[in-house]
Design a protein around this ligand. Structure first.
Ligand code: ZN
Length: 152
């Protein structure tokens, strides 16, 4: 089951303000104070390989049970705030790319429509049908012949 209980916003604020950001041989990580025990830190791993870092895991029990834990949600909210302008730029870029792809598809479609209008429509289906029939007959005859030669 996914998380149903909302995150205590005071805890979220507290955890964000006291978050430790560090790096080791496995890359970037954040450490967040536990809500239940202030002497416990939970380590959230962060993948920095893309333009906006992505939270990948947490060492708390909640995450081990397959949930996206509150620490990961708080860390993700932190990243979204810190990288707000990067995210906005990326989204604008993606939007522009989508619009360009759409415009290109429209141009292709118009080109195709123009090409179809210039081509006489009747030719294609009439030419195709008899050729296929001939080939299958030929194929049938050849394989029969081959078989009888082998038999002899
Ligand atoms: Zn966690």
């Amino acid at each position: 089951m996914a998380r149903k209980t909302p995150i205590n916003k005071w805890y979220a604020k507290y955890a964000t303000e006291h978050m430790i950001i560090d790096e080791d041989s496995n890359g970037l990580f954040y450490q967040l104070l536990s809500e239940a025990d202030e002497n416990v830190l939970h380590t959230v791993r962060v993948d920095e390989s893309s333009a906006v870092p992505v939270v990948t895991s947490c060492d708390c029990e909640g995450h081990e049970h397959g949930h996206t834990c509150k620490h990961m949600i708080i860390a993700t909210a932190f990243i979204r705030r810190i990288y707000k302008s990067t995210i906005a730029k990326l989204e604008a870029k993606e939007q522009a790319a989508r619009e360009e792809a759409l415009a290109q598809a429209k141009r292709d479609q118009e080109k195709l429509a123009a090409a179809i209008q210039q081509t006489p429509v009747v030719v294609t289906p009439v030419a195709a049908a008899p050729v296929i029939t001939d080939l299958s007959k030929k194929g049938y005859l050849y394989s029969n012949q081959g078989f009888s030669i082998l038999k002899r």
